[in-house]
Design a binder for this molecule. Sequence first.
Ligand code: TRP
Length: 364
Amino acid sequence: MTDKTNKTIVLTGDRPTGRLHLGHYVGSIQNRVKLQNESDKAYYMVADVQALTDNADNPEKVRSNVLEIVLDNLACGVDPAKTTFFLQSQIPEIAELTVFFMNLVTVQQLSHNPTIKSEAKEKGFNLSSNRVFSADPLLASIISKPEDIFEQGIPLGFLAYPVSQAADILAFKANTVPVGIDQLPVLEQANKIANKFNAFYGEVFEKINHITSDVSRLVGTDGNAKMSKSLGNCIYLSDSYEQISKQVMSMYTDPNHLRVEGPGQVEGNVVFTYLDIFDPNKNEVEELKNQYRAGGLGDVVIKKRLIEVLESIIKPIRERREELTKDMIMVEKILEDGTNSARADASLVMGEVKTAMKINYFNK
Ligand code: TRP
């Protein structure tokens, strides 16, 4: 039953909660583009079901971003001739596999998962306690109203998203997953689930390997540890020259570098962090750093340089995106055709899963 063929099957995805930005680009999109040429099979999943785990009250937001992130990926060079694009909600096999996997993981494992812990904190979900926060009985009675339920706890679907992510990957027997480093604990959990499945029901799944990039986490334009839409510190792959300029001009530099003639600090200076990552001319960047440290180089000069560097990366992406936007029927068709083909693949794997689990009734 096992077919360990040493094939490289790549799968990755994004939650459709907003357009993609430079953090996505350096964190995983570049790897996707590269890997689609080096693998036997590549999938790109629009994770709309996962997006709903913390946006249950906002289906419109998720829906309206589905094609936006398809556009972002196409514009970056993820090629539908090499990569199967699909929409998670339209593959019921994933939901089915999630349910089977739920038996192979504990609530404790999930609530101790570092990714879940930090994302829950970001979103205001309280993991550790289901008690009301306020000591004031009047306030307590107010915030225990059912509509405020998320203030007291964590949605089960959100806590369990690593289980459904394991299903996203394993429903296609993918073994290679390009992701940002903050997703590594989720992949570790997926591997634990796969091991348990194999131990209980026989060898069906291979180990999942992650592929991370050199720049695994891009700082935001404000110097915050992470580029994130909610912090407003992003440069989007669809941004205009004016939007890029505005974000770069407001970038965090060295707060003590008040006069051009004075020495400036390069470490922690976001403009230099970005130049290090995006500027192809490393020697010139080193020279600029020396000048900046010695004094006599103004923030505006390095910012202007960065604007041009980023524009040269984003311009072709933005233009290709604009071109694609003219034929949204075609873009939707890419997702629809890909979803049909992905579903056929997942149903083959599910046949194997159900046979292994001895629930292959009625389909002899
Ligand atoms: N959790 C991922 C993110 O937030 C998105 C995702 C969903 C994913 N399913 C996946 C990534 C499967 C890789 C493989 O970025």
